[in-house]
Design a protein around this ligand. Structure first.
Ligand code: TXA
Ligand code: MG
Length: 314
């Protein structure tokens, strides 16, 4: 069983030997290995049971390191990095050949991000390689936002979880790519579209599963084990058996025996932070299904609704 601790040198030693550790970030916990070591990267795919066609994000400590792994840095990318790094933004950039094929699944772009968490920042600064890290959950399942979420599912497969407390943002990074002058959002996430647009103007949103080969965009992803349905609760709550159904609600207007409220004060930031823990808790309740409502589709609410939609898809 993996140890949970806060010792950076333990994490560093494991990584330097080519093994994996789970690391905290502000978005979700990552399953990290040396991004330049193909054997370590292969272990990530194995532990997650992740298909090799699904590329990994490379984590660096600082913008200054970006040009080691990215061939070209478009001006919009530089402006976004200056505005949002360290933070929940991943950029897809033409990769240099130092980045192994296995990391990018053979694509000519690599996803790079600079995470904003003090422990992981110190860890990255103490090693001389970047960290490939997908979310630390079995493929297709809900991402972990606490150390114990990681050990619940991957505890027997890794040695150490670096415990940085609950993830502050709670939803994965926003992924953007660049096509000429266009900036394309491939995954909604911790940085809202509105915030990107204040820095670089209009962006395009292309997250349909057919538009990109990235499985984070698969229709069914981020799934809890139980069936999840999305509905307007005011129209459905009287129609269901509340002994057998759990509610995932944003507002406090509804009361049920089995329920998680995302934010009693209806704060979207708090709701994002609670979302994945809520899905895990609902999954353990003695019910047959989960009934959820959308949150307001603005700011980080768009990313929450995106994850709810994918959790509902089967
Ligand atoms: O917040 C996050 O991004 C977290 C933390 C740990 O940093 N990581 C994360 O990684 O969510 P993962 O592997 O669970 O999701 C990354 C997504 C996948 O859907 C993958 O297909 C996509 O990013 N991706 C990575 N590199 C890509 C590339 N070169 N082109 C297109 N999609 C890419
Ligand atoms: Mg993931």
């Amino acid at each position: 069983m993996a140890d949970i601790g806060t010792d950076i040198s333990v994490a560093r030693n494991i990584l330097q030997k080519g093994d994996l550790v789970a690391i905290p970030t502000e978005t979700v916990y990552g399953l990290a290995g040396n991004a330049l070591d193909v054997d370590a990267v292969a272990k990530i795919f194995e532990v997650k049971n992740r298909p090799s066609f699904d590329p990994l994000i490379v984590h660096i400590a600082d913008f200054k390191e970006l040009s080691k792994y990215a061939m070209t840095i478009p001006p919009q990318a530089e402006r976004l990095a200056k505005a949002f790094w360290p933070g929940p933004l991943t950029m897809l950039l033409r990769r240099r050949s130092i980045v192994p094929d296995l990391v990018t699944s053979g694509l000519d772009t690599v996803g790079i991000r600079c995470p904003n968490h003090p422990l992981t920042q110190s860890l990255l600064r103490s090693i001389d390689f970047p960290l490939a890290a997908p979310s630390a959950n079995p493929f297709g399942f809900v991402s972990p936002t606490k150390a114990t979420h990681v050990t619940d599912q991957l505890g027997s497969k890794i040695k150490y979880v670096l415990d940085g407390g609950p993830s502050k943002i709670g939803i994965e990074s926003t992924i953007v790519g660049f096509d000429g002058n266009k900036t394309i959002v491939h995954r909604l996430g911790g940085i809202p579209i509105e915030d990107l647009e204040t820095i670089i103007g209009k962006v395009e949103l292309i997250t349909s599963p057919t538009a990109l080969k990235a499985p984070g965009q698969l229709k069914s992803h981020y799934s809890p084990g139980k069936r999840l349905f999305i509905a307007e609760l005011d129209k459905t709550i009287d129609l269901v058996d509340l002994d057998r159904v759990a509610l995932l609600s944003f507002s406090t207007d509804y009361k049920a025996k089995h329920q998680v409220i995302l934010s009693a004060s209806q704060d979207l930031t708090e709701a994002a932070k609670n979302l994945f823990d809520a899905l895990r808790r609902l999954d353990k309740m003695p019910v047959d299904l989960i009934l959820a409502e959308f949150v307001p589709d603005t700011g980080i609410g768009m990313a929450i609704n995106d994850r709810l939609r994918r959790a509902a898809a089967k």
